[in-house]
Design a binder for this molecule. Sequence first.
Ligand code: AMP
Length: 215
Amino acid sequence: MMNIILIGPPGAGKGTQAKRLVSERGFVQLSTGDMLREAKSSGTEMGQRVAEVMARGELVTDEIVIGLIAEKLDSVAGADVIFDGFPRTLAQADALGALLQARGTQIAHVIEMAVDDEALVARITGRFSCASCGEVYHDVTRQPKVKGRCDICGGTEFLRRADDSEDSLRVRLMSYYKQTSPLLGYYHAKGLLRSLDGMGEMDAVASGISAILDS
Ligand code: AMP
């Protein structure tokens, strides 16, 4: 049983790397962002409440996300777990420690994916995708070959994520620095923190993570 946490600002590639670890190493991914998006689309009362908070780029309450994680932990007992986007506050970190301890397990590594803010803003705010096949494009770095027409499927409708606007991203970044970055000191003090450069190629970042897991 190995529990690991991925920490980094929005757009650092936590989700991408987590999905790789799921397919290559059999980890179970627990992403509070994914759980909250599910709750949002399920149309429950809680879903409605969190939708607005998420759209603004602010953090959902500790109570809600700790509840979601506590519920999931029981269904993944015995598995290797990768926490993606959780914990994001010191209160969540304490709660996770207690939840794991009560289940006779603990955190093995906390992996920080460090990135450059301005590059991040440029990377995320230019993002859009084809509405029919999902192919991802970028205003500056990757326009379709024929303007307004998807290279892959020929679709002419494109989408942008509501929380990928520059305003929302700036709020998400500020939430990261104010509320989440203190966790780096917290886990450093516990001897669990490992940092790597998240700006590299996806494969290079993946090998960096592998090296940590095999150490
Ligand atoms: P993510 O997909 O991890 O970027 O999360 C998307 C949004 O969900 C965040 O901007 C927050 O509004 C909310 N969220 C996800 N995880 C947490 C968490 N651990 N604590 C508070 N809010 C969260």
